[in-house]
Each structure stands twice: as structure tokens, then as C-alpha cells.
Design a binder for this molecule. Structure first.
Ligand SMILES: [Zn+2]
Ligand SMILES: [Zn+2]
Length: 454
């Protein structure tokens, strides 16, 4: 018996979390937090599995929308076993503490008191079972119905440091969950290694399911365009704000710009970064021989960035051309990119360059889609902000194109596909693309809480 239920991340990129009952063993795939919602609204709906067996949770990677609800789940199910890759465990140890601090600020003090503590996060991180890529692990839950155990294998998903695809096999049945996946090389992380992998049931992300391949830019092309646009701003004496996520995008773009500077495509300028990103850069370096890197000898910490705290006044950022890579990538309220964006937007010689996916309801989406002369309403600001700087939208994607996803699905060669992790339009479009290429397969669009018998 195999059953599937989405606890979050159905028809959206939110609190991604999917429940599998695999012959009586309860396995949760990812345990994310909605990037735009606050407090308890941002968690997956764990009440949907109140009467189901819960034995394991497998975390594909350490992005907020896949990891950050883990302490809540562990509090609800203290005996659950957490499994992830060594790199994801190391990242989680840092990012979960950060997430707790943010959560405490969002909740009223009485509710915040009830949250888990930093000590509990330390204990949780210490209890995680780490599983390197390509090493099978046998699993069996408390109520496992078969003599044969489940074999779990993780494969490199090419999305960020430590990201994994999950393969589960038992009694001739098999499931693959892609997590977030990218078959193409970025600047640091090599593309996913999925060749030769097969599964009967494929649970697949669909972030770019609706993006035509003509709009999906190869990394190298975007790198050249970034070089051209950086030069235009620097020639006017302006500075550039790049809102980026601290995990993944920061390391990839630091490396991309370092390469442009060393090839003399753009002049050497100061690059400022903030917060937890600097710790994550060190983790990229520490794990560089254990995951598939484009150049394992390259070190992100060698790209010569500076901590933004070395700047005394924000106005100093405009004295000479510089690049500021500030989190969060979507300009979430209260973050450095959110604070700096209004300053940059009103400087006529400066620019804001966005680099990846933006939730349509985020402030980052409004900025990415604005142009000179527009007025932008940002949450928390009473007045509209006039756009005087130039805005450029880049697509340095850590996700696959729709075409790439179709190729991955064809290689895995499933009988059924369950589409998750995408806006409604992206999921539906991905479904129809897959059906055209593989008319013999059955396709489901995951719906929150709806049980699918497999
Ligand atoms: Zn991700
Ligand atoms: Zn994701």
C-alpha cells in the first residue's frame, strides 16, 4: 500500500511537505515554511496526519520552504527520525537558529514563549541522521507491514549545496521525489546527476512549469548580460543592489561576478554581503569535495567580498561604485534588501538587479517588474516610492526549465507523476507538457490534504 498526501506546497511554493505511507511506514518528505506567511500560518498542516503513522522525515535541502518547520514537527512527533545529507545538516544548524529568531519577532510574547528553544535546535541538529549521496539506507517504521525493508537513496539534485533527490524502494515499488532540482551547471554547483535512475512514481517540482524555454536563460548567457549591465552602471559611477537569498544564490553570484572581474569583463569593485551568508559561504567551501562542484578547488570565501557592517552610513554605498548582495532575495519586510531597496530606487545612476524567482505577492516581484518613472508601493511604506534607478531582471536559475523537467521525467520513466512546488499555472502547464510527451502516464496535481492512493 502506498499513499500520498500534501501537507503544504500543493499548487504553490509554500510550506512544502509531503506525506507518504509506504507499506505502513510513515515518511514525510520535506518540512518547509511558507516564505511569505507569518507565525503558525506559515507551517504545513500537520493535523492532516494526526491518525497516520509518522516514522521518518527526509529533508531534501536547507531552503526555508523545505526545512524551517522541522522543529515544530519534531516537537509534535519526538520519536521521528530526521534524515538528510551532511551538508544540509550543517547548513540547518545555522539557518534554523536564524529562523527561530525571526519567528519570535513575528509572534506575540506569550506565543513566542511557547516556541522551541535554541537548545532544542542544537539537540535536533545533533540527532539528524546524515546520509551521503548514493549510499543506500534501510528503513522500517513501527507499523511496517512487510518483511522487506525500504531502501532510501539520496542523489545530488544540483540545486544548492547538499540538495538531494529522494529514492524509496520496497517490494518492487519505487518512488522518486525530486525536491528542487536543476540539471544544468551553475557557477559553483554542478547539475543534477539523474542519468540511469528509474522510479514508478515521480513526485516532481514544477517551479518553472509555465516558463517557456525561450525565457529560461542559460547561465553563461545571463553572465555575459550581467557583465554588460554592470559596466553600464559603473560607467555612470553608480552602485548596484542585488537582492539575493543567502543560501545558494549568494554563493553562485559571488562566484559569477568574481569570474567576470578576473576575466577583466567588469572592473574590480567592492562587493558587500550581509548576515548568515558569510557563514554559508564557509560551508560551501568545507563541503566542496563531497558534492558535485563545477571546480572543487574553487573557494567562495576567496571571492573578496566585505561585510556590510564595515560601512558606517548607508549613504557611503553611493560614494563609489559597489555591489551590494543583500538578503532576502524577495525583499521580505524587515530584511536588509527591503531596507536598502528604497534608497537605491531613488538614485538615478544606480541600479537594482534581481536574480531569480519572485513570489508574485512579494515586494521583490513589484520591484523586479517596475521600470524608471514608475511608483512602487512597498509594504510598510505609506508613500509610493518613485523609481529613478534602472531595474534589470536576471534569471540565474537554480531550478530546471520546463524542458529540463520533461527530460528528467523521461529518464526516470514513471507510470505516475505527482506535481508539486509550483504556482497553479506552472503545475497545470507542466502537466500538459508532460502528457504531450508521455501520453501513457497518469498525472496528478497535488491538492492540500487530498489522499492519493498509489
Ligand atoms: Zn530550494
Ligand atoms: Zn523550494
Amino acid at each position: 500500500m502506498i499513499q500520498f498526501k500534501a501537507l503544504g506546497g500543493a499548487m504553490e511554493i509554500g510550506a512544502n511537505s509531503y506525506y507518504i505511507n509506504f507499506f505502513g511506514t510513515g515518511i514525510i518528505l520535506d518540512c518547509g515554511q511558507h516564505p511569505r506567511k507569518e507565525g503558525y500560518d506559515s507551517l504545513p498542516d500537520f493535523s492532516l496526519i494526526a491518525n497516520d503513522p509518522v516514522d521518518y522525515v527526509i529533508i531534501t535541502h536547507a531552503h526555508q520552504d523545505h526545512l524551517n518547520s522541522l522543529p515544530f514537527l519534531v516537537k509534535l512527533h519526538p520519536y521521528i527520525q530526521v534524515i538528510t545529507t551532511p551538508a544540509t545538516r550543517d547548513i540547518a544548524e545555522h539557518t534554523l537558529h536564524n529562523a527561530l529568531n525571526i519567528m519570535r519577532e513575528e509572534l506575540d510574547p506569550i506565543e513566542a514563549e511557547k516556541l522551541f528553544s535554541h537548545e532544542e535546535i542544537d539537540m535536533l541538529a545533533g540527532s539528524i541522521i546524515v546520509l551521503p549521496y548514493n549510499k543506500p539506507l534501510q528503513l522500517a517504521g513501527h507499523d511496517h507491514k512487510l518483511h522487506e525493508e525500504i531502501t532510501l537513496t539520496l542523489h545530488d539534485a544540483g540545486h544548492i549545496l547538499g540538495s538531494a533527490m529522494v529514492f524509496l524502494e520496497c517490494a518492487g515499488r519505487s518512488i522518486c521525489y525530486t525536491g528542487d532540482i536543476n540539471p544544468f551547471d551553475q557557477a559553483v554547483i554542478k547539475g543534477a546527476s539523474y542519468k540511469g535512475l528509474r522510479a514508478e512514481i515521480l513526485i516532481m517540482e514544477s517551479t518553472y512549469g509555465q516558463t517557456p524555454d525561450t525565457e529560461y536563460k542559460p547561465w553563461q548567457k545571463e553572465k555575459e548580460r550581467l557583465g554588460t549591465e554592470l559596466n553600464k552602471v559603473f560607467n555612470k559611477g553608480g552602485s548596484v543592489l542585488m537582492p539575493v537569498f543567502s543560501l545558494g544564490k549568494l554563493q553562485e553570484l559571488l562566484t559569477t561576478i568574481w569570474q567576470l572581474m578576473h576575466k577583466r569583463k567588469v572592473p574590480f569593485t567592492d562587493i558587500y554581503v550581509n548576515g548568515i551568508g558569510m557563514k554559508l559561504n564557509r560551508l560551501y567551501d568545507r563541503h566542496r569535495y563531497l558534492v558535485n562542484m563545477v571546480d572543487p578547488n574553487f573557494q567562495v570565501t576567496g571571492t573578496g567580498y566585505r561585510n556590510i557592517t564595515t560601512i558606517e552610513k548607508k549613504e557611503d554605498l553611493f560614494k563609489e561604485p559597489c555591489i551590494v548582495m543583500a538578503s532576502s532575495g524577495m525583499l521580505n519586510e524587515g530584511t536588509l534588501s527591503y531596507t536598502l531597496a528604497p534608497l537605491f530606487l531613488q538614485q538615478k545612476d544606480c541600479a537594482v538587479f534581481t536574480a531569480g524567482y519572485m513570489d508574485p505577492k512579494s515586494a521583490g516581484y513589484a520591484v523586479a517588474n517596475a521600470k524608471k518613472g514608475d511608483h512602487i508601493y512597498m509594504p510598510g511604506h505609506i508613500k509610493a516610492i518613485p523609481v529613478k534607478c534602472s531595474i534589470k531582471k536576471f534569471r540565474f536559475s537554480a531550478h530546471s526549465s520546463a524542458d529540463g523537467l520533461t527530460k528528467i521525467a523521461a529518464e526516470i520513466n514513471p507510470e505516475r507523476v505527482i506535481l508539486v512546488h509550483g504556482d497553479e499555472g506552472a503545475v497545470l502547464s507542466m502537466g500538459s507538457i508532460l502528457l504531450k510527451k508521455m501520453p501513457h502516464i497518469k498525472i496528478h496535481a497535488a491538492e492540500q490534504g487530498k489522499l492519493i492512493d498509489l
